[in-house]
Each structure stands twice: as structure tokens, then as C-alpha cells.
Design a protein around this ligand. Structure first.
Ligand code: ZN
Length: 295
């Protein structure tokens, strides 16, 4: 049976815990505590995986409320989220989202053999942590649903999450959702981008997205680029990017806000219509006219 998760030690005290192609969670291990930045889809036991890697007790630290970042929260006794997302994790999620997401997982694994054949022949791009898995044996997608939890601590901009010998600073970066945060490990030059920074489509089209706020948040991150060594990101197969990417994303958002960017029709991974602005290493989704799909 293939493990649903892929893990990799990225640098001292930081591990990738990936549900490959779906969501990347990051385990940050301090001298006293370990934080799991996002808890994934809730499909398998992410807590066990995190505890096997960590040398201390692990708590959940959400970058925002979305089901694919807080789906495993229920497995943890301690859960931290920005104050603007605390109410959202207490609510159920529409089953239609899970129905569509399960279809997306099947579509990925059905498409994979052809992609893997080409990859083995020509590209050599796929590795363990970038190869999507089949759903675990015994997992029933029809019974898959969101398990609401409550926050045990709420966060605000500037708060510090102290792990002992390692500190994560909360940067409130609204735009994708109102509660989005990035986490900065200043001493080690590491930024965890949450859904504010991604290397595929960046989602600014959701019901509670705010494109202008997104532009301000990404510019704030770009201003930090000089003091950051690496940015870890939660979606698609590139889980680490260079800090120069922060400036590219901020510039992209400014072009969308100013109307300079060309928008064309596209669809998100759940099949909802969006408009997309394409850039060299990412794209930005904004709402299609008359549509504001929600997760
Ligand atoms: Zn999200």
C-alpha cells in the first residue's frame, strides 16, 4: 500500500509533509515544541506522520481556514489560527466541495500513468514527493467530510509562536481569504507563504477573496525578500521557491489591479469558471463576471 503522504527533511528543523500535488504541510521543530503548519485534507493520519518526524509534541498551526489546510485539525489537541478564521473552522463545509475534490483526486491518478511514461522517458521531473497517490485503501470518498474544530489560540499580525530556540512571526496577509497568514522564521530566513504565495494559479477569485488586499499583502512580502533565503509554499509540486518570486507575485497583482494584465477564461480545480492572468512562473485567478465560487 502506498503511503498517502510523502515526507522530506528540507533543512535542520523543517520537514515537508506532503499530500503530493494536493497540499504541502510543513513541520517546524523547535527545542520545546513542534508546529505543523497546516493539517491537510484530513484523508489520513497526518498527526502520526508529524509525530514520527518531530522530537517534541506537535500542535496545529493553520495558515487559513480552508478545508485543505485545516482538514486534519481534529487530530490535534492544540490549534492556532488567525482570529478572522476562528469561526470558519467551527462550521461544516458543503459536501459538494468534497464531491468535486474527490473527483479531482481520481482525475489526477487516472491521468498519471501517461504523464509518468513521458516523464520517465524525457523529463525526469517526478519524485516521491511530487507523485500523486491513489486514495488509501478503505477510504470512502462519499463519507469524506469536514470535521469542525475550535481554535485553542487565535493569532494577530505580529504575534510570535515560540517553539523554543525557534520563533515564527505571524504576518497577516489577507487577500486569498481574510484570515490568511504567512509565518516568518526570521533567524533562519524562512518564509511559509500559505495560499498567499503559490507557483501555479494563485486563488484570488473566491467569495471572500479581495484582490486589492492581496496586492498590498504580496507587496509587503516582496519588501521582505532581501531578508528571506527560501519560501515554502503549500500547493502544486514546487514546495520551495527563491525569494525573488515574492516580487514577481507582487508585480503580477499590481498588473491585475491596474487592469494592465490580460485576463482569459479558465476553470479552477473544482471546475468553477474563473478568469486567469498568466505570468512566467504562476498565474492569478480572479472571479469570472457574475461568479464568486466559494470553497
Ligand atoms: Zn486556500
Amino acid at each position: 500500500m502506498t503511503n498517502w503522504f510523502a515526507t522530506r527533511r528540507l533543512e535542520p528543523g523543517i520537514f515537508l509533509v506532503s499530500e503530493p500535488v494536493h497540499v504541502n504541510s510543513f513541520l517546524v521543530d523547535g527545542d520545546s515544541w513542534a508546529a505543523l503548519i497546516d493539517t491537510g485534507l484530513g484523508i489520513a493520519d497526518i498527526r502520526q506522520v508529524a509525530e514520527d518526524l518531530a522530537s517534541h509534541d506537535v500542535f496545529a498551526l493553520n495558515t487559513h481556514y480552508h478545508f485543505d489546510h485545516s482538514g486534519g485539525n481534529y487530530q490535534f489537541g492544540t490549534r492556532l489560527i488567525h482570529e478572522a478564521g476562528a469561526a470558519a473552522i467551527e462550521r461544516p463545509v458543503d459536501q459538494e466541495v468534497y464531491r468535486r475534490y474527490a473527483r479531482f483526486i481520481t482525475e489526477l491518478t487516472d491521468t498519471l500513468p501517461r504523464f509518468r511514461d513521458l516523464d520517465e522517458k524525457y523529463f525526469h521531473f517526478l519524485s516521491d514527493e511530487t507523485t500523486p497517490r491513489r486514495l488509501p485503501d478503505g477510504f470512502d470518498p462519499a463519507a469524506w467530510s469536514y470535521q469542525p474544530t475550535t481554535a485553542t489560540r487565535t493569532l494577530r499580525d505580529g504575534d510570535k509562536v515560540d517553539l523554543g530556540g525557534r520563533e515564527l512571526t505571524v504576518l497577516h496577509t489577507p487577500g486569498h481569504t481574510p484570515d490568511c497568514i504567512c509565518l516568518l522564521d526570521e533567524k533562519n530566513g524562512v518564509l511559509f507563504g500559505g495560499d498567499t504565495i503559490n507557483t501555479g494559479p494563485i486563488y484570488a477569485q473566491l467569495g471572500d477573496s479581495d484582490v486589492a488586499a492581496f496586492a498590498r499583502s504580496t507587496r509587503r512580502l516582496a519588501d521582505l525578500a532581501g531578508s528571506v533565503r527560501v519560501v515554502y509554499v503549500p500547493h502544486f509540486v514546487r514546495y520551495a521557491v527563491d525569494p525573488g518570486f515574492l516580487t514577481e507575485v507582487a508585480d503580477g497583482f499590481e498588473r491585475v489591479v491596474s487592469g494592465e494584465a490580460e485576463l482569459h477564461p479558465a476553470a479552477d480545480y473544482l471546475g468553477y469558471p474563473v478568469r486567469e492572468a498568466g505570468f512566467a512562473r504562476f498565474s492569478i485567478f480572479v472571479a469570472a463576471p457574475g461568479e464568486a465560487p466559494g470553497l
